[in-house]
Write a protein that binds this ligand. Structure first.
Ligand code: ADP
Ligand code: MG
Length: 696
């Protein structure tokens, strides 16, 4: 069956893919024909229309037919060092503009590009002293019959590149894959296509990559976007109780064990925490599976709420899975959870990829036998080997870091579990409601009493010394600090160098003040041991890459210094800042930046200086980044969509949702013949399936 999503042939079988390009493809996550087809162009270059030389603006792309008028030279006098300049005139019939090609290092072109001959020209032009010039261009000899050469007269896709990959290779490979399939299986029922005048899947996927016109391209995108959103809604809904589930028993009032925990706390819960608890208890007691997002700023006390609700589920004889996005965070949760819950007799276990062989076997058995009440872990929780005896409640921390696929995979392990998603990066309410249908939202707006907003300073090179002084004063008060560097590139080399330099430098700035370097290249054991020493106060500061970003909870830390702050996105900055201000001590965040800031970076820093409110910051983030950033294959924060945009396609989301609803209400088993297309897709090439999930 030739579903776009289900072509397992390796890209290595394609012509022109050698070891270097195969490696580059792998780095982009492209291993199979399907992966290749699902790689969305990041742009399309419109070469379908003549753009003649007359009247073309600085920096624009010209696309026209030209004739070679003359060869001249400029620069040095010697034949070797001079540079060829080819004079062209436009012969497309749309004006008589002229253009000079500057052939740096390409004097050899004088032989092949002959005076009098006619070419197709495509390239970027600039104006210099009244002369139209181009040094980056493509020339193709005009054909006898006047037909466009292969790269002209078309709209060309521009794919993301890596390593040895070129546009030419990717285009050729994708064309080959398209050619290798006679007809892609249809993915939408006929009625839907009819109703919304959509293309067939086969036509749409071909046009998506190589559109003959921009109009058709938009039609193809609409078709694929609706298909994608339709299945998203369908999959989400089918899991949500349309298939029925066991009845939950139990009251929506706090159980004894919950009260015991709440009473043991050295503080009282905030009204918002209590409100969230109440809502979650009600969901847990109801027959419909819970599907709830718990959102609240960093440090607002979400995790505590989650533990209390876990106790509630335990008294209904459930097993609970608590999933965190990183090993570090999972461990921290496991440790704080154990401290909180083990005194109450709760059996809590920790499972990640790093728990090894023998220990792992025992643990897996205990989970399967139901001898463990709560399992805390990373995505290792949903690997195939993990089987729960009576998993009924799934809690997911920092949910935006997981793909939909991973969440669904974990949920496969329980019949239809209650699901609590937690996030400190709130998604705008309208968006979450539309995408997840009846996802309910609990919000913790108020911070625990006594918390002071973190005072944020913008620091230039000139004020750097003042900052070091201020942090030094905090050390004298016995408080702690973080110094954070961005991950500058994927190779990890340069950021490593930066933190290392910084680490050495700070030792001279703060002689005798104990510190440690922590970065992603360290083993988890090592990282944990450093964090432990930091937590216990043996270390005064950490110099780190953004590994401290998520969830680390050390109340005595009062200073967060972020170097190259302009290179971080808003939500990362906010998360980082959230590592301080976690007690009633006054805390500070220093955002250090260089001189040349883009407008966006200026905006981000302004927002950070201005506000401590995660909700406001998330909104600003969306505004600054613009909806464009959220489309395409880019991780859109919490959903990986190929064609649809969560911000621009609200109408399509709505449409897909109501169609999915009406189909499931009319035909929950998808037994009608018109719906066999859907049944087939779900069976043969399930969208948002765990197999497509990446392991991070
Ligand atoms: P989040 O998960 O929202 O980032 P946590 O649950 O980790 O926040 O809480 C952050 C810190 O605040 C923890 O040390 C926690 O014990 C503490 N905390 C939670 N709720 C309260 C409260 N009501 N009053 C005081 N401190 C609280
Ligand atoms: Mg948290």
């Amino acid at each position: 069956m030739n579903y776009v999503r289900a072509l397992p042939t390796s890209i290595k079988t394609l012509g022109g893919v050698g070891p270097a390009s195969a490696k580059a493809y792998t780095e982009l996550g492209i291993l199979t024909y399907s992966d290749l087809l699902l790689t969305s162009p990041r742009a399309w270059e419109d070469r379908s229309k003549v753009r003649a030389l007359g009247g073309i603006g600085e920096g624009e792309m010209a696309n026209t037919l030209v004739q070679v008028v003359a060869h001249t030279y400029f620069g040095q006098r010697s034949a070797k060092k001079r540079t060829l300049k080819i004079l062209l005139k436009d012969v497309s019939g749309e004006g008589d503009g002229r253009l000079s090609l500057l052939c740096f290092g390409r004097n050899f072109l004088e032989k092949s590009i002959k005076v009098g001959s006619i070419y197709y020209f495509y390239g970027q032009v600039s104006r210099h002293m009244g002369e139209l010039q181009s040094s980056q261009f493509e020339l193709h000899p005009a054909t006898e019959d006047g037909a466009f050469p292969s790269t002209f007269g078309k709209i060309l896709p521009i794919y993301p590149l890596r390593g040895a990959l070129t546009q030419r290779l990717i285009r050729a490979n994708i064309q080959k894959v398209l050619d290798s399939v006679d007809r892609f299986e249809e993915e939408l029922p006929h009625t839907l296509r009819e109703k919304y005048s959509l293309m067939g899947t086969d036509e749409a996927i071909r046009i998506w990559h190589f559109p003959p016109s921009l109009e058709l391209h938009e039609q193809a995108r609409r078709t694929l976007a609706i298909t994608e959103l339709f299945y998203l809604q369908l999959v989400a809904r089918r899991r949500k109780g349309f298939e029925g589930r066991a009845v939950h028993q139990g009251p929506a009032i706090p159980t004894k064990i919950e009260l015991a925990l709440i009473e043991s706390l050295p503080f009282s819960l905030t009204p918002d925490q209590m409100g969230a608890l109440h809502e979650i208890r009600k969901d847990l007691a109801s027959e419909t599976p819970m599907n709830r997002l718990l959102q609240g700023d960093v440090g607002s006390g979400k995790t505590l709420v989650a533990w209390i609700t876990a106790l509630h589920a335990l008294s209904q004889n459930a097993q609970v899975a608590f999933m965190a996005p990183t090993e570090l965070l999972a461990r921290q949760h496991a440790e704080s959870g154990a401290k909180l819950l083990e005194p109450l007799g709760v059996r809590l276990a920790f499972l990640t990829g790093s728990v090894k062989s023998k220990e792992r076997k025992l643990l897996l058995k205990a989970i399967a036998d139901g001898e463990v009440d709560i399992v805390v872990g990373t995505h290792a929780l949903f690997s195939k080997e993990v089987a729960f005896k009576r998993l009924k409640y799934v809690i997911i921390d920092e949910q935006h870091r997981f793909g939909v696929e991973q969440r669904l995979a974990l949920m496969e392990k329980a019949e239809v579990p209650d699901l609590l998603l937690m996030t400190a990066t709130p998604i705008p309410r309208t968006l979450s409601l539309t995408v997840f249908g009846n996802l309910n939202v609990s919000t913790i707006r108020t911070m625990p009493a006594g918390r002071k907003p973190v005072v944020t300073h913008l620091v230039t090179e000139q004020s750097r010394q003042r900052m070091y002084k201020a942090v030094g004063v905090e050390f004298e008060r016995g408080h702690q600090a973080y110094f954070v560097y961005p991950r500058i590139d994927d190779s990890g080399q340069s950021d490593l160098r930066d933190v290392t330099n910084m680490f050495e430098f700070l030792k001279t700035e703060y002689p005798g003040v104990p510190s440690e370097l922590i970065h992603s290249k360290l083993e988890d054991e090592e990282k944990m041991s450093i964090l432990k020493r930091y937590q216990s106060g043996q270390l005064s500061y950490l110099v780190s890459t953004s590994v401290v970003e998520v969830g680390i909870d050390i109340p005595n830390a009062t200073c967060m210094v972020i170097e190259h702050a302009d290179r971080f996105g808003l939500s990362a900055l906010h998360q980082l800042r959230g590592r301080v201000g976690r007690s009633n001590l006054p805390s500070y965040c220093f955002l250090v930046f260089g001189n040349q800031l883009s407008d966006d970076a200026k905006e981000r820093l302004r927002v950070m200086k201005e506000s401590n409110d995660g909700f406001y910051i998330a909104e600003q983030d969306l505004l600054i980044r613009g909806p464009g950033e959220m489309t395409g294959t880019r991780q859109s924060g919490f959903l990986r969509l190929h064609y649809a945009s969560l911000t621009e396609d609200l109408d399509l989301i709505e449409l897909a949702r109501s169609e999915a609803d009406s189909i499931l209400i009319r035909d929950p088993g998808l037994l009608e013949s018109g719906n066999s297309v859907i049944r087939e897709v779900l069976a043969q090439a399930p969208p948002f399936a765990p197999d497509n999930a990446d392991a991070n």
